[in-house]
Design a protein around this ligand. Structure first.
Ligand code: NDP
Length: 256
């Protein structure tokens, strides 16, 4: 089986849940990256403790403060990462941070819609804009001809709940703000794929499954370990033919 060999990886929302497990498994994998930039809102505080413990054992792990709902914080984080990379590019940007509020059509209000949209859709858009020069650099420096996660890629962690076609089967959970913001993220992924493929950057949306995290709750189907193992085995097989698609943690396509 192909293995992920991306040299420099950056993740958002990496202090707990799927993001933290992605960091753990990337560091413990057969080809650990030379740099893992684990970003989160509060790396110095209580919420960053597990990441700090990991960083004390892995010199290739760099913690960066980043709130994806704050456009100026995104620009500052990109500057910090550029300095640390010292002329190298960023191979893999994983937009993982997300929020979920259990609201229905009756209970949702404009503030909640905008809050979800800012974090789940606008954040990934601004992240890609800010990190584009570093992703382009990685694509240019790579010897690989084809699009791949080892060369340069943006992975947007999305959800089945953002699939318009599959809505009737999951609508018993309305979660309106979450669904609409993730449907927007799916559209963003397709637009990014059409725009950035010329620069050698692969753009794909991935659904991690229903996962036992704070968001997914303990009723979920998958352990975080199983979901992340799945996601990390899908990343190295992604190529042109997956550009702009939504796939699940087993690599199966999900309709828009
Ligand atoms: P969790 O709620 O367990 O973790 C969410 C992470 O996102 C936390 O690290 C949180 O940081 C971070 N985050 C939230 N808002 C921001 C922000 N503004 N800036 C930076 N970081 C932020 O969720 P999961 O790990 O379960 O979910 C990860 C991704 O997977 C999400 O995009 C989610 O939509 C998606 N997903 C999850 C599913 C599941 O079943 N769990 C199913 C389908 C998709 P903090 O600690 O600071 O709040």
């Amino acid at each position: 089986m192909a293995a992920l060999q991306a040299r420099c990886v950056l993740l958002t929302g990496s202090n707990r849940g799927i993001g933290l497990e992605l960091v753990r498994q990337l560091l413990g994998g057969p080809h650990p990256p030379t740099h893992v930039f684990a970003t989160c809102r509060d790396p110095e505080g209580a919420r960053g403790k597990e990441l700090r413990d990991l960083a004390s054992k892995h010199p290739n792990l760099v913690l960066v403060k980043l709130d994806v709902a704050d456009p100026s914080a995104i620009v500052s984080a990109a500057k910090i990462v550029e300095e640390k990379l010292n002329g190298a590019g960023l191979n893999l940007l994983i937009n993982n941070a997300g929020i979920f509020t259990p609201v229905s059509l009756e209970t949702v209000d404009s503030e909640e819609m905008i809050r979800a949209y800012k974090t789940n859709a606008v954040g990934p858009l601004l992240m890609a804009q800010a990190f584009l020069p570093l992703l382009k650099k990685a694509a240019q420096d790579s010897k690989e001809k084809r699009l791949s996660c080892n060369k340069a890629a943006i992975i947007n962690i999305s959800t089945l709940l953002g699939s318009i076609e599959r809505t009737p089967e999951s609508y018993f959970k309305p979660v309106i703000s979450y669904r609409c913001s993730k449907a927007a993220l799916n559209m963003l992924t397709r637009c990014q794929a059409l725009t950035y493929s010329e620069a050698g950057i692969l753009c794909v949306a991935l659904h991690p499954g229903w996962v036992k995290t704070d968001m997914g709750t303990q009723e979920a189907d998958l352990t975080v370990d199983t979901s992340v193992r799945g996601l990390l085995s899908v990343l190295p097989i992604l190529s042109e033919k997956h550009s702009g698609m939504l796939l699940n943690w087993e690599g199966k396509a999900i309709p828009w």
